[in-house]
Design a protein around this ligand. Structure first.
Ligand SMILES: Nc1ncnc2c1ncn2[C@@H]1O[C@H](COP(=O)(O)OP(=O)(O)OP(=O)(O)O)[C@@H](O)[C@H]1O
Length: 381
């Protein structure tokens, strides 16, 4: 099912005017502080009534201001996960979780408490109170509570923003599992590009209350002119499969037939991965270097060059492994005489691809299915 949103709203100093679809999978709403992300999510949840708008999940209309339809929040079947977990402090974890069941309102649950607690690894916490939980544990309980209400859509408003990198890495796999189960659309607010690269199937960027870009995340991220968080954050996604773990500790990947070497990963050969290669970690050379320390050299053809306002440029190169972006200087563009159609090589150091840039590959077609148990995905150090 697709979540369709068209909204107009006004605060004293701010106007929101957006229209976009969140198809099955995980849609990230990305934008700087004050761009209107939370306002959109609150309107979907029914916590804010916009001046004008239409919101539907498939054929199920939640809001249609022209027709006078405005379902109250408790009838919208939206699971909501906030940045601060917002658990009831006086209830145990189990009581916090079972509280969510009251939102079923007579519907027969399709997932059991055991399934959800197993999936999120929170069964050992059931008798604890929120004050005794770590931030990551609280986040998992909050996610479990949202899922136990059997929502038609999951709304996550910067659910990891309060967590440190280690706790984030602990929670991300659960969102990946939910995304790949494909049961419900997930609308996920973030202003962190690494999170976008790992999680998003669809990306919507907001600026000053307007949609500035929308589309499949992999397509937008491979566009050299698209870097809403600045050129330092540009980087394309490529799909690869683990081919072998080699005796010197490196893992060899197969990326569209091209070999890629990374510091040892823990997953078995055959595992599909989604890698983000940061544009600033890619060098370009017209001839294939034979005496360079970098292990990853991808032959390709320049597709597009985006000249920035400053001295930098982002070059999009189509390689056998997929689209790669390189952030280089305009001076280097001129020195190498680069133009669309020029053959050249992308050079990427193995160690430049950070563990947090390596994620499990997307499930094919994001087909609906039972929620598999999440296996936290931890590349070796
Ligand atoms: N109740 C309100 N009354 C007046 N202005 C508001 C209200 N709620 C939000 N705003 C304004 O609307 C704009 C968008 O706010 P919103 O919280 O949606 O942004 P955001 O993108 O989620 O930001 P952040 O990333 O900081 O959470 C901001 O300028 C904010 O000050």
């Amino acid at each position: 099912m697709t979540l369709s949103i068209a909204l107009t709203h006004r605060f004293a100093d701010f106007t929101l005017d957006v229209a976009f679809d969140a198809p099955p999978g995980l849609t990230v709403l990305f934008g700087r502080s004050g761009s209107g992300k939370t306002t959109v999510v609150q309107a979907v949840a029914g916590l804010l009534t916009p001046l004008k708008g239409h919101i539907a999940i498939g054929e199920h209309t939640l809001l249609d201001t022209e027709r006078g339809i405005n379902l109250p929040a408790h009838r919208r079947r939206a699971g909501y996960v906030f940045q601060d977990a917002r658990l009831f402090p006086h209830l145990t974890v189990q009581q916090n979780l079972t509280y969510a069941r009251r939102f079923l309102r007579g519907r027969t649950p399709s997932t059991s408490l055991d399934e959800i607690t197993d999936m999120l690894g929170i069964a050992p916490l059931l008798s604890r109170r929120p004050a005794t939980l770590s931030g990551g544990e609280k986040a998992r309980v909050a996610l479990g509570r949202a899922l136990l209400s059997e929502p038609d859509i999951l709304l996550a408003d910067e659910p990891l923003a309060a967590l440190d990198a280690a706790r984030k890495a602990e929670i991300l796999p659960y969102f990946e599992t939910l995304r790949d189960a494909g049961r419900i659309p997930i609308l996920y607010v973030s202003h962190d590009m690494a999170e976008v690269a790992r999680l998003a199937t669809t990306l919507i960027t907001l600026d000053a209350g307007r949609v500035t870009a929308q589309g499949p995340a992999a397509d937008l991220l491979s566009d050299p002119a698209f870097h809403p968080a600045g050129p330092r954050e540009a980087g394309a996604l490529i799909e690869a499969t683990i081919a072998a773990h080699e005796s010197d500790g490196l893992t060899r990947l197969d990326a569209g037939g091209a070999p890629l070497f990374l510091p040892g990963l823990s997953q078995a050969p055959g595992t599909r991965l989604r890698l983000r290669i940061a544009a600033q970690d890619v060098m370009l050379a017209r001839t294939r270097p034979t005496d360079s320390s970098a292990l990853n050299i991808l032959a390709g053809v320049v597709r597009e060059i985006h000249q920035g306002d400053g001295p930098g440029a982002i070059v999009a190169l189509d390689t056998q492994a997929g689209r790669v972006l390189a952030r280089i200087t305009k001076r280097s563009v001129a020195a190498l005489d680069l133009a669309p159609g020029t053959a050249c090589h992308a050079i990427v150091k193995s160690v430049a691809i950070a563990p947090e840039s390596v994620a499990p590959g997307l499930a094919p077609g994001l087909s609906p299915g039972l929620m598999p148990t999440a296996k936290p995905f931890a590349p070796n150090a």
